[in-house]
Ligand binder design. Structure first.
Ligand code: FMN
Length: 316
């Protein structure tokens, strides 16, 4: 019989018999342990929601309105959770969402690498954010056989955009995940209160800072003149996307493309995959929970695959 993903529990109980405390963060201890381990400003950035947090809460609450019906006594007894996505066979329908700043969530500030290593160990694909502490070409070397995806914030500068897309393709990423809901930054009081925006301190900018199409606009290397580098970044980051932009992206790459943050049940064309998400309630506050919108998106998508996140918590 094929490996069962639940089998790791046997190891936990067996270790406990030998007096070894589990290294897995079960239940709410994930959040508590993060708050103990991370620098305060990193923890705050990671947990901040837009506005008063109602969309972040709604995303989670929506899950208690739905349930599953476990099916028993069906054959074959083997569970096959594998799926086809972006032309790849994946062992399970799980993936790691892009988290800009995950680079800061490791003691050496190379959390992107740690997440890629976890992806290699589990076979769960990793989506690398545009915002990384380690440049994209170096991160993917740690992902082993597991396919990785690259999340793109399309810059207004087309030369830089083309370069980022090309680098993702030549480094070996299997898909582009184009985020469309963040061309203006969400209003996040928890971060605003403390002026907490790590990119403005030069963190997680490696994909920009290692790109000649970014640095050629600067008089000095970013490390020597952060304010000028950030002023340029601010100029090129914000870029509201249209279907026309998507068609342009297609001319730049053979990679399959997902649109992340598109939740309305009307679909133009050009996306290989629709990724239904409201950015975990970090962008538009008062946005309807993603789970509520999912049926409409799936219906409209027809045969186009749909990815999903927002409000997914632990294994419960
Ligand atoms: C700290 C943090 C950083 C994020 N950075 C990105 C990013 O760089 N690009 C992106 O497309 N989404 C980003 N997201 C959104 C996630 O990819 C995902 O859509 C969201 O976390 C899902 O919500 P959930 O955590 O409630 O499941 C970020 C989310 C968090 C919490």
């Amino acid at each position: 019989m094929a490996a069962n993903f639940g089998d790791f529990q046997d190891g936990v109980y067996a270790e406990a018999v030998r007096g070894v405390t589990t290294r897995y963060p079960f239940f709410a201890s994930i959040e508590r342990k993060a708050s103990e381990a991370l620098p305060d400003w990193v923890y705050r950035y990671a947990s901040a929601a837009a506005g008063d947090g109602r969309t972040q809460r709604a995303n989670i609450a929506a899950f208690s309105c739905y349930g599953i019906v476990p099916r028993m006594m069906v054959s074959p007894p083997e569970r096959d959770l594998s799926i086809q996505l972006f032309g790849k066979r994946l062992a399970s329908p799980m993936f790691l969402a892009p988290i800009g700043l995950v680079g800061l969530c490791a003691p050496d500030f190379h959390g992107d690498v740690a997440a890629a290593q976890a992806s290699a160990a589990t076979g769960v694909p990793y989506t690398l954010s545009t915002f990384t502490q380690t440049r994209m070409g170096d991160v993917i070397t740690h992902a082993g056989e597991t396919p990785s995806f690259f999340q793109l914030y399309l810059p207004a500068d087309r030369e830089l955009a083309a370069s980022l897309i090309n680098r993702a393709e030549t480094s070996g990423y299997s898909a582009l995940v184009v985020t469309v809901d963040s061309w203006t930054l969400g209003f996040r009081p928890m971060d605003l209160e403390r002026g907490n925006f790590p990119q403005f301190r030069g963190f997680c900018m490696q994909n920009y800072y290692t790109d000649a199409n970014f640095t050629k606009h600067l008089a000095k290397p970013p490390e020597e003149a952060q304010p000028a580098a950030l002023a340029h970044y601010t100029k090129i980051f914000a870029n509201p996307l249209s279907w026309e932009d998507l068609r342009w992206i297609r001319t730049q790459t053979k990679l399959p493309v997902a649109i992340k943050g598109f939740n309305t049940p009307t679909i133009d064309n050009g996306a290989d995959v629709l990724y239904c998400t409201n950015h975990g309630g970090r962008q538009a506050n008062s946005a309807v929970s993603t789970l509520q919108l999912l049926p409409g998106v799936v219906k409209a998508a027809g045969s186009t695959p749909v990815m999903f996140d927002s409000g997914v918590r632990s294994a419960r």
